[in-house]
Write a protein that binds this ligand. Structure first.
Ligand SMILES: [Zn+2]
Length: 357
């Protein structure tokens, strides 16, 4: 997710590239102001907690201040948040550009400052291949070499115009994914958002490098990007996390996100079971972030991040809950009809951090 895009969820009428130019870039400019970034970080973290999300992988803006703010708020609550400063040195307005060298220096300083501090983790975050020069991706790869334990977070194959743009910008590479692979940015802690339009070679590369893809159904539908092929991820044994992708995604709520994931898979004749959906939202998500040793289920010794869910907050939910035959039914109704009202309490690291009023 992109915390600075919280304030522009539901921006009308565009697909990816126009949406970035018309809405996202002007909004992200505001995060140079540390006070403003702090205020919006608080808003964002509160939205996560009221929706029952205790860990997220988050894009900042190009400004280091944006990441400092988010980490400060998360640290105060002892949350497990992974985040990074966006690296982008071309194809965006001047006011949002860094340079290959400054992005390297700023990222390095942020890693030293935040990675592994309390429960916080850092992600090297080139926005996506079109907004980085080869020099910048080279330095991103160098950072990954210098800090093999940090994450890599970026976008991949979301939109068809985006893909042909990458082909023009990187004519020597065999595919969009191959751009990242070439610069050393694939690996077990690399997360590629969307990954909708991949071929078998790409899936194979993701598998061999143990990389992760993030399935963001509300975003993919909202921007008209396409249908994620969850069946391919299983077939190729590629790790999948489920994401909201705020602000192209239209909800912070993972139950609603699962509801839309079910529909995306219905369009492809794949039955997404409640058990599978809840797996992606919990232990599967933890595995996709290499955090299953610490979070994701109730195994003894893990960190106590959990929610208390009220499955019957509306008359319709009550009716459907009462006539459900088994746990699979109950969970499926919860993911179909549930939303932020379903989150009764949220606990982070054993402490109560949100109660529904
Ligand atoms: Zn995104």
């Amino acid at each position: 997710m992109h915390y600075p895009q919280s304030e522009m969820v539901g921006a009308y009428g565009e697909q990816l590239l126009e949406w970035l130019n018309n809405y996202v870039f002007p909004t992200e400019a505001r995060y140079k102001d540390k006070d403003y970034a702090k205020e919006m970080s608080e808003f964002f973290i509160n939205q996560l907690l009221r929706n029952g999300t205790t860990t997220a992988l988050v894009f900042g803006t190009v400004h280091p201040e944006s990441v400092d703010s988010l980490f400060e708020v998360a640290q105060h609550l002892r949350m497990r948040i992974i985040a990074g400063k966006v690296m982008m040195d071309r194809n965006a307005p001047d006011y949002l550009l860094d340079t290959a060298e400054s992005s390297y220096q700023e990222t390095k300083a942020l890693i030293d400052k935040w990675h592994g501090k309390d429960r916080l983790l850092y992600a090297i975050t080139p926005r996506f291949a079109p907004t980085s020069t080869p020099e910048q991706l080279t330095l991103a790869g160098r950072l990954k070499e210098e800090y093999p334990d940090v994450y890599v977070h970026t976008h991949l194959c979301e939109n068809k115009n985006e893909i042909s743009w990458v082909r023009d910008l990187y004519p020597d590479r065999s595919s969009y994914l191959d751009v990242y692979h070439h610069y050393g940015l694939t690996g077990s802690k690399s997360v590629f958002a969307h990954s909708i339009h991949l071929d078998d070679c790409d899936w194979d590369c993701l598998y061999k490098t143990d990389s992760t893809v993030a399935f963001c159904p509300t975003s993919n539908l909202y921007l008209g990007s396409g249908l994620f092929k969850l069946q391919k991820a299983w077939e190729h044994k590629v790790k999948v996390g489920i994401g909201t992708d705020i602000g192209a995604g239209t909800t912070f709520n993972i139950l609603q996100t699962m509801n839309e994931a079910y529909k995306v898979m219905q369009m492809q004749e794949y039955k997404l079971s409640a058990f599978e959906a809840f797996y992606h939202a919990t232990l599967g998500g933890a595995k996709s972030l290499s955090l299953d040793h610490a979070i994701g289920n109730f195994d003894v010794g893990k960190e106590a991040d959990f929610v208390v869910i009220d499955p019957c907050t509306t008359p319709l939910q009550q009716l459907r809950f009462d006539n459900s035959k088994n746990l699979a039914d109950e969970l499926f109704v919860l993911m179909t009809l549930g939303d932020d009202r379903s989150i009764y309490r949220t606990y982070v690291d054993g402490r109560l951090v949100y109660t529904r009023s």
